[in-house]
Ligand binder design. Sequence first.
Ligand code: FNR
Length: 382
Amino acid sequence: MRLSDCHNIADFRRLAKQRLPWPVFDYIDGAADDELTKSRNTAAFDDVDLVPDVLAGVETIDTSLTVMGRKSALPLILSPTALQRVFHWQGERAVARAAEKFGLWFGISSLATVSIEEIGAMGNNPKMFQLYVHKDKELNRSMIERCKAAKFDAIALTVDTIVGGKRERCLRSGFSSPPRFTPSSLLSYTLKPRWALDYVFREKFALPNLDTHVSAGTREPVSIQRYFSEMLDQSMDWKMAAQIREEWGGTFCLKGVMSVADARRAVEIGADAIMISNHGGRQLDGSRAPFDQVREIVDAVGGEIEVICDGGVRRGTHVLKALASGATCASGGRLYLYALAAAGQQGVERAITILKEEIERDMKLMGVTSVDQLTRDRMRWR
Ligand code: FNR
């Protein structure tokens, strides 16, 4: 299978599986417990049907919109995800360049493998920094200051990782950064020599940009579960979220809000946006799908805050359904990560092109010429 064989996100997933050692693929693809929420995140979109209008004169359409005060060419955000240089040697640089080319919001993770400063200096497209709150207050403060200096457009505070989810595929593979070699995982790395050579020689064992290993007082490989459990601040509450918003002082988004009550609290602390998200099913398995929560949250706070539907998006129609149910826009991680792992920047560009063409085609088939015409009456729940 080659890049030219990829015609949808599922194809990129297959190609990524072919090219990555299985512990790395499973880190991207896997989720918590029985992975019910991960499946449901995408399946939820199948519970509604779109109702097209015809003969609507759709020769020229506009897919752009304003999200968190910045123009986006598509109603789609590239959500922040960790460790991208472990997946492909071009890592965050590839995703950031692709986002710039298409005029999209790019999210960089607290666990990125490229520095805040380097990403901040790239391109004119809007960028958000995803913040995890560490027990080490100085580390939090310095990250916020670095984001200010690097002129990030927004901070997204992730609030759904108070402890790490039980990601059983990672428990089996021993996935960590740098990889911990068990006999079977070692075999899987040697079976993918192209990835292994890139990782060792080009990437020199890429690590997150904050030196988490030093902060944890150890230079042993750190699993993601250990990172969440030992380094993040479990006493984190709404007061602290409000303080962080104040300290940052710029556009502020809360990532991982699922309930109406929390959406109201987000409004109260002055957040500009929320991402309805369950972390791609990687945290609380059994959590509702973001798409299923859009309606009630939009009905409660839609006029007061922007509502982003994060997770499960694999198709242009998923984006349209999120918008029609009232979300400001959609966002996703795996939709570009599979493509990054499969073919670096070229892969990410092809994945975005495919989604862009799907969005454009589907808008025309729906008989709408701008994203604000996607309203709830254009959709029926089964
Ligand atoms: C993530 N996600 C994530 N979120 C976050 O706030 N900080 C992070 O470092 C990461 N890292 C990360 C790694 C990987 C491999 C994945 C798949 C996801 C969650 C991410 O931002 C987003 O919420 C989900 O990816 C949405 O689900 P989909 O689009 O992958 O279905």
